[in-house]
Ligand binder design. Structure first.
Ligand code: ZN
Length: 304
């Protein structure tokens, strides 16, 4: 996989560290950190984020033991990753597996458009935190600057930005797998279900709820747009929407039939191929007259 190496200071500025958390309670401490992220404009929906984080904590405490916890949530937010770190000298009860109070909270909110982002971040944190000497330096830091400089050493390897996956195409992939699952023999199911669950992890609950409803009702939920026409209901999609579908990561729904819309892959591939061929054409080698003819014939269908 194509990876990009970076360290924690890419996501963490000193302003994102609260050296003396006021809260002594798990929920309040998380809220205190979220409030700072809101003030720094790194997240835009505190309540949703808090709900997601608490849901995750209720599933299983994110305390790692040794006085450190990593509360986290996947929320469609302003940035790709929003991090806040809080330190508590007194310690907070996090229902940690080792029963120890938590003195250091590393709160992570990340955007679902980058598959597996948290796994890469968490892997980097775990590699660092597994060493007792690193934990000791973090927990014994005398002030914010010292804590910041230790945290800055944490190293990550991330997939490159161009691996950002369009959510609509993720929905389409999910649909393809759901259809395969329906037809698949039992021995192949396990692998497909695993793949399906991985994709579902990357998508918002609200998107999935509607996706499931459409799948159940119609057998599919995502429709391709070919030449501006929804392939589910054959109605034209507005030109504006048709171009937006390809370029943005937003999710569009057909106003007529309610299916999620995705740019037709074939069309996209064909156009990219044509553009590439155009670029690679050796200049001057082609007779000018032929070029004119080509342009003329290409323009014809659009004029009808
Ligand atoms: Zn439609």
């Amino acid at each position: 996989m194509d990876l990009r190496d970076t360290n924690f200071s890419e996501f963490l500025k000193p302003s994102q560290i609260i050296f003396d958390l006021k809260s002594r309670d798990r929920l309040e401490a998380i809220e205190e950190l979220l409030d700072s992220l809101v003030r720094l404009k790194l997240i835009n929906n505190k309540n949703l984020t808090l709900t997601r984080i608490i849901d995750r904590e209720n599933l299983e405490s994110t305390a790692l033991g040794h006085g450190i916890a990593v509360p986290h949530a996947r929320v469609d937010t302003e940035s790709q990753i929003a991090v806040a770190v809080g330190r508590s000298a007194e310690g907070i009860d996090f229902e940690a597996p080792d029963g120890q109070p938590v003195h250091l909270l590393i709160l992570v909110v990340w955007n679902p458009t980058i598959p597996g982002l948290f796994n890469h971040l968490f892997a980097g944190l775990a590699r660092f935190l597994i060493k007792p000497e690193n934990r000791a330096r973090l927990l014994n830091a005398r002030d914010k600057n010292e804590l910041y400089s230790v945290l800055s050493e944490i190293h990550f390897s991330f997939p490159r930005e161009d691996k950002i996956i369009n959510r609509a195409s993720l929905l389409k992939k999910l649909q393809d797998i759901e259809i395969k699952i329906r037809k698949s023999p039992r021995e192949k199911l396990e692998e497909l279900v695993k793949h399906r669950n991985l994709i579902r992890e990357e998508l918002d609950q609200s998107l999935l709820a509607r996706f499931d409803l459409l799948m159940e009702r119609y057998g599919y939920a995502v429709a391709e747009v070919v030449e501006g026409v929804c392939q589910s209901c054959n109605m034209s999609v507005s030109t504006q929407m048709a171009s937006a579908i390809e370029e943005s990561n937003d999710i569009y729904v057909c106003e007529n039939c309610g299916k999620y819309l995705v740019a037709a892959r074939k069309e996209k591939v064909a156009r990219e191929k044509a553009e590439k061929a155009e670029k690679e054409k050796p200049a001057g080698k082609k007779p000018a007259i032929k070029k004119q003819k080509e342009t003329a014939s290409r323009k014809k269908p659009a004029k009808k």
